[in-house]
Ligand binder design. Structure first.
Ligand code: 5MM
Length: 341
């Protein structure tokens, strides 16, 4: 494995003021979001939607990389350019989701383990040839009564580390995504405990598998109250607890951390990232975004599957990208949101 080359790609993925567009929704997730807006759940509509995203003028000012789904990396834009080549031409690094989804964990049916290691080496080689330069694998950890189990964290951490090593051997920077879900009424303190434990175990396994930390990007959840929590922690508390957790678990060799949004509102996702980057703390890694919903949800609502809405939808995407690009530099403020209106 060429660690120097992996490190170069990883650093470009987390370059100052830019972040990653997660547009790798699997068919079930994408179709569910389309159905809510009465958009036909067809292959041409998914192509048209993703074309709208990647042809937004100025996208590369704030977006360093885009995570594609298997269907998309095999498709062409409406101008008949392969999606990966189109992104590369813009200076946006193409990436690919390589996991096969989270499935019930045997013996622990309330929890999930991510599948996809079978045939992964061959798929990574194929994706590299198609132009991808990074990969993503997402594990989900649920907080609940007696959850998560040790078995769930261990199984997911092991799979993440095996995936990361295989990806690096194919010349692809792995995004390691252990997501502790926001679902539930848990407190921010409970989220801290579970997130810290999960990240500790993930890095233990990454070490065991010989993953080069310089050649990976971590995509974690923020430390945050559950969506149903009675008293929700404020922006500063989320920023402080998240930084404390990362300082306790993430080695300085990791070039960057790109957060998922996990169901936060657009504004929350920007405000939390901004608070971390304007805290005045000197941090060993770059903190940026790898948002799916917090970049796309407004744009999809504006687009609604109608070609006539492409421009305003692209403006909505660009606006979130700009806000998050500013948050990655610690220069976002709520006043920016009224400018958008
Ligand atoms: C874009 O959504 C990704 C794919 O999810 P499924 O495999 O469930 O369809 C997802 O992995 C995403 O990259 C991360 O969860 C971050 O997205 P959010 O919306 O949480 O920022």
């Amino acid at each position: 494995m060429n660690v120097e080359e992996l490190n170069k790609i990883a650093r470009a993925m987390v370059a100052p003021g830019r972040g990653i567009l997660a547009m790798d929704e699997s068919h079930p997730t994408c179709n569910k979001r389309f159905e809510k807006l009465e958009i036909p759940t067809t292959e041409p509509m998914r192509r048209a939607y993703r074309d709208m995203l990647v042809t937004a003028p100025g996208l590369s000012d704030f977006i360093s990389g885009a995570i594609l789904f298997d269907e998309t990396i095999r498709q062409k834009t409406l101008e008949e350019i392969p999606f990966a080549a189109h992104l590369g031409n813009l200076g946006i690094i193409p990436g690919i989701k390589v996991d096969a989804g989270a499935k019930p964990l045997a013996g622990y049916e309330a929890e999930k383990v991510t599948h996809g290691l079978d045939g992964l080496r061959e798929r990574c080689e194929e994706y590299f040839d198609m132009g991808a330069r990074f990969t993503k694998w997402r594990a989900v950890i649920t907080i609940g009564e007696g959850l998560p189990s040790w078995a769930c964290i261990e199984a997911n951490a092991h799979a993440l580390s095996r995936y990361a090593r295989i990806s690096q051997e194919a010349g692809l920077v792995p995004i390691v995504e252990p997501e502790v879900l926001m679902d539930g009424s848990h407190s921010i303190d409970r989220c801290y405990t579970v997130t810290e434990l999960t990240q500790r175990i993930v890095f233990h396994h990454l070490k065991n598998q010989g993953v080069a930390l310089e050649g990976m990007v971590l995509k974690p959840n923020m430390v945050i109250s559950g969506t149903e929590a009675s008293a929700r922690a404020n922006v500063n508390a989320v920023a402080e607890q998240t930084i404390r957790c990362l300082m306790n678990t993430v080695p300085a060799a990791v070039p960057g951390i790109a957060f998922l949004s996990g169901g936060q509102t657009d504004q929350e996702a920007s405000a939390h990232l901004n608070a971390m980057n304007s805290s005045g703390r000197s941090l060993p890694w770059t903190l940026t975004f790898s948002y799916g919903r917090a970049l796309q949800q407004t744009a999809m609502q504006v687009w609604k599957g109608d070609r006539a809405n492409v421009l305003p939808a692209q403006q909505a995407l660009l606006w979130r990208a700009r806000c998050n690009g500013s948050a990655a530099l610690g220069s976002y403020n709520e006043g920016m949101e009224s400018q958008a209106a």
